[in-house]
Design a binder for this molecule. Structure first.
Ligand SMILES: [Zn+2]
Length: 172
């Protein structure tokens, strides 16, 4: 696939963004796993995988890559194996995510993922997953009490009008 063909293909795919873009979760997971494998082998993404990720996730993928240019992803750890991910968006607001769960309390997730179903996920969730693949996250160790405070704040924020079961959709 040369660059011209990729560009033409990407434009066609971008025009198809919207409610028609419905894919099975397994396709999402397979593509992310493929991207992870490629990055592990080459230390970078190929053009093909970048285009494939963009065609699947759309604008949030572009924005996630922009977010990753700053150190926006922090793994908040507490003891062995327990952690949540905090992604600080362009507005400076940190969003707390559960590892590999496709749910975010940001407005874009609420409107573009849940309500209009324009996109599969938001830039914060993608940034978290990409940071894991690219090993761009920072670690922060907290006490149980501090982590509990973060989780309580996240749940309180999420309960503000969201009628979505965060455990029903997973992003590997
Ligand atoms: Zn979000």
């Amino acid at each position: 696939m040369n660059d011209e063909e990729s560009g033409v293909r990407l434009n066609r795919l971008k025009q198809n963004e919207g409610p028609a873009l419905r894919v099975l979760p397994s396709v999402v997971n397979d593509l992310l796993k493929e991207a992870e494998q490629i990055f592990k082998e080459r230390g970078d993404f190929t053009d093909e995988i970048l285009l494939a990720l963009h065609s699947l996730f759309g604008k949030p993928f572009e924005k996630a890559l922009e977010l990753l240019e700053s150190s926006c992803v922090v793994y908040v750890r507490c003891g062995q194996g327990r952690y949540v991910v905090q992604v600080t968006g362009s507005s400076g607001t940190p969003y707390t995510l559960f590892p590999h769960v496709n749910f975010c309390s940001c407005p874009a997730y609420r409107y573009q993922v849940i309500s209009t179903q324009k996109f599969l996920t938001c830039k914060h969730i993608l940034a978290a997953r990409l940071a894991e693949i690219m090993q761009k996250g920072r670690d922060l160790s907290l006490s149980v009490e501090e982590l509990t405070r973060i989780l309580c704040a996240a749940v309180k924020f999420d309960s503000d009008g969201a009628d979505h079961d965060p455990w029903s959709t997973h992003l590997v």
